[in-house]
Design a protein around this ligand. Structure first.
Ligand SMILES: Cc1cc2nc3c(=O)[nH]c(=O)nc-3n(C[C@H](O)[C@H](O)[C@H](O)COP(=O)(O)OP(=O)(O)OC[C@H]3O[C@@H](n4cnc5c(N)ncnc54)[C@H](O)[C@@H]3O)c2cc1C
Length: 282
């Protein structure tokens, strides 16, 4: 258990080494018999990986910050409610206490709850090795199910998230098999700039669990941009969504059901936006 980054680097150079933070994904994977690394390094004691910082136009969430701490944070609640709503729906209280945002990102599950919000927010991941720092847009970092662009000599140190003041509404919704503790069957994150007259001036959308990674669909956003947030417009966008996603059948749901729900989640945008009239601060 290294207590500083200086102590981490030599340990990371050992062959067949794996890092973990909360261990909620790693322990499940090891127990299921998929791989047995020679050395497991726990990142929990690295103070450099803890905390949330307000940097004016951006927020930095350090990789080892637990979901519970993210949920409690006033900056996240007021400036990034799309992320707060996603984290609120992630696992159970014990999982949110143990699990970290860095672990959720590095697991790169198509159902990872923090990912659709991070895509619409256009977050960047910060990576560090003994000799270099680099940053990547979240969409370039996630390569496929369980696959990322991280190198063996690197760790994820944090996530830089722009506050996106040009969007005044944020939304996240997840459909699972149960209300609590359910991995998503389909999820949707949305940022919307809505005029007082109810026109969609700008919009960003991202779906989880309907492709090998998070799905973004500029063609769906184009259907909605410049038009009123009304059911008939959303219906048109829902049809475009069903064409844009590429879900698979698995034990939780069929591809057809996922395709249907991915479109249907859009309808609720109008309801949610009307029933939650809060407008985000600029
Ligand atoms: C019962 C249960 C319910 C769950 N429900 C949900 C759910 O509803 N939604 C959801 O999205 N997830 C869910 N999960 C999955 C899991 O809890 C989350 O993905 C969690 O965020 C993982 O964080 P962690 O710190 O525990 O990751 P770990 O298990 O510690 O690590 C996960 C992966 O990330 C890597 N890693 C971790 N930190 C770093 C770092 N700083 N740098 C480089 N690599 C790193 C590890 O090497 C590993 O590959 C659930 C898990 C369980 C067991």
């Amino acid at each position: 258990m290294p207590e500083s980054l200086e102590a981490l680097w030599p340990a990371l150079e050992e062959p067949d080494t794996m890092v973990y933070a909360g261990g909620t994904d790693v322990l499940v994977r090891l127990r299921s018999g998929s791989g047995q690394p020679q050395q497991l390094i726990c990142l929990e004691r690295l103070r450099e990986l803890q905390g949330i910082e307000d940097h004016g136009d951006r927020v930095l969430i350090k990789a080892g910050t637990s979901h519970a701490r993210i949920l409690d944070d006033p900056i996240i609640q007021t400036r990034l409610p799309v992320l707060a709503r996603a984290v609120k729906s992630l696992g159970s209280p014990p999982i949110r206490n143990m699990g970290t945002i860095g672990g959720n990102i590095c697991s790169a599950s198509p159902a990872g709850d923090t990912l659709p919000p991070l895509y619409v927010l256009q977050a960047e991941v910060a990576l560090r090795s003994r000799t270099a720092d680099r940053r990547l847009p979240i969409g370039d970092f996630i390569k496929g199910p369980g696959q990322t662009a991280i190198r063996p000599d690197e760790i994820l140190t944090g996530i830089w998230i722009p506050k996106n003041p040009e969007f005044n509404r944020q939304h996240y919704e997840k459909v699972g098999q149960r209300k609590a503790l359910a991995i998503s069957i389909v999820s949707l994150a949305a940022l919307i700039e809505l005029t007082p007259a109810g026109m969609i001036e700008d919009i960003r959308l991202a779906w989880g669990s309907v492709g090998p990674t998070v799905v973004t669909a500029p063609e769906v956003e184009a259907v909605l941009r410049g038009r009123p947030l009304r059911l008939e417009v959303l219906k048109e966008a829902a049809e475009a969504t069903r064409r844009a996603v590429s879900p698979i059948d698995d034990i939780r749901a069929t591809a057809d059901y996922r395709r249907e729900v991915a479109g249907n989640l859009l309808y609720r945008l109008s309801l949610r936006v009307e029933t939650s009239p809060e407008i985000l601060p600029r």
